[in-house]
Design a protein around this ligand. Sequence first.
Ligand SMILES: *[C@@H]1O[C@H](CO)[C@@H](O)[C@H](O)[C@H]1NC(C)=O
Ligand SMILES: *[C@@H]1O[C@H](CO)[C@@H](O)[C@H](O)[C@H]1NC(C)=O
Ligand SMILES: *[C@@H]1O[C@H](CO)[C@@H](O)[C@H](O)[C@H]1NC(C)=O
Ligand SMILES: *[C@@H]1O[C@H](CO)[C@@H](O)[C@H](O)[C@H]1NC(C)=O
Length: 478
Amino acid sequence: MATMQDKTIKTFLPFLFRFFFLVINFMASIEKSNAHIHDVHENMDMVDDMKDYLPFSSYGHGWTHSFDGMEDEGWGMVQRKGNQFVVGGQPFYFNGFNTYWLMIFAVDQSTRRKVTEVFQEALSVGYTVCRTWAFNDGGWRALQKSPSVYDEEVFKALDFVVSEARKYKIRLILSLTNNWEGYGGKAQYVKWGKAAGLNLTSDDDFFSDPTVKGYYKAHVEAILTRVNTYTNITYKDDPTIFAWELMNEPRCLSDPSGDKLQAWIQEMAFHVKSIDPLHLLEIGAEGFYGPSTPERLQLNPNTFAGKVGTDFIRNHRALGIDFASAHIYPDSWISNSITDEHIQFVKTWMQNHIDDSENVLGMPVIFGEFGVSSKDDRFNLTFRDKFITTVCTTQLNSTRSGGSGGGCLLWQLFPEGAEYMDDGYAVVPSRSPSTSSILSLHSRRLQLFNSRCSWRCHWGCRKKSSEDWNHVLPHDEL
Ligand SMILES: *[C@@H]1O[C@H](CO)[C@@H](O)[C@H](O)[C@H]1NC(C)=O
Ligand SMILES: *[C@@H]1O[C@H](CO)[C@@H](O)[C@H](O)[C@H]1NC(C)=O
Ligand SMILES: *[C@@H]1O[C@H](CO)[C@@H](O)[C@H](O)[C@H]1NC(C)=O
Ligand SMILES: *[C@@H]1O[C@H](CO)[C@@H](O)[C@H](O)[C@H]1NC(C)=O
């Protein structure tokens, strides 16, 4: 407590500098967005071109050798230009996955191997992005044992995850805390606040209590300024990290107007950018439409979803948020017997979020989680594959026109021998040939698009000879 005054003075000057960087960065991004508008027509020409080249295949081969373009461009930071992600001069449309427990498994030598195996499974289907937890607040194997007190062994495990991801050329979306109680989350922060004598009455006080917000900000700073003990690279400078995520699936039921959560998002986005102006930032939202867009409420899976204090359009307009996110869970959101209604919902839900991101927000959107539980009797493998195919083709339709559909992330990828962690949603590619081939094909198509198109020359495709195509894609004839 006595050090509070001291700390304020010490942090004030650097903060001014950071603010300056943020403003410069923001101005630059506005300029980039404007530049994008002029390229729309070139995009359209390219689309027609692309259609002739997109390969179709029933099985993916040779992922280990087909990181086309990646070697040339180096391992640059992912940036945003208008509606697209870019790396170097090329677009970065991605196929990706979630495995939330990587850090925890990396703590123990006996389970660390599983982290490497996850990345190997990912490589086998051409995944290039992984979303995982950069938090474990209190409890078993906590990263943050109490506010600002870290377990160095667990932090080293997170370092390992980051360095291992780089080895496999997989970029990470790191989530900074949880709305839910898994791995601590907002409930744990509020418990810490209560233990410190604060008068807190709800877990949603996480979003409004100044002291608790201070705990979260300190955690953000601890992660972003961490120097990786394996690579010596500070997290905020590491291009292996694709983006920061404020929170997994934030909801604030205590304020359905959305004002409380909106204020938190704005404050925290500013905080992240003041420390790290380089990396992209997203919220971690499920994508429900809210009170700012009453005409869109009907697109939500149910009426409750419009009253959880979140608001897709408004939330993503917060300054400092670089791209939008939505999750896709027809199995738990639509409580019906299984019909084509589920598949139709997926299409409509995705298309609306893509359209809104493109036309209203002017940013890319990722589908940060999608999956179905095999523990649910309604869903067999046939349904799962159809569901995944629908997600992939809806994204691809946007990719083809250089649109906002930036990427999708399966919930969730598993290696063999970790079944005891399975919540029913696990996909083990080496054990699921049909699912694996759908995922491989999607990765291949996106990487083909990325490698052929360049921002530097206004998206004009580099004309490669058909021989090159056969070389890159030996078994992918239409
Ligand atoms: C705690 O806060 C609630 C409402 O915010 C208030 O009603 C209550 O009196 C407070 N309790 C104490 C002990 O200050
Ligand atoms: C990291 O830095 C330390 C100290 O400067 C040095 O001894 C070590 O070799 C470096 N490790 C790597 C991977 O660069
Ligand atoms: C999977 O479920 C669908 C619909 O419930 C059914 O039509 C189909 O035959 C099932 N497939 C298999 C392989 O059991
Ligand atoms: C493909 O995208 C366009 C706009 O980008 C949209 O109008 C159309 O409905 C989409 N088609 C499908 C089948 O998703």
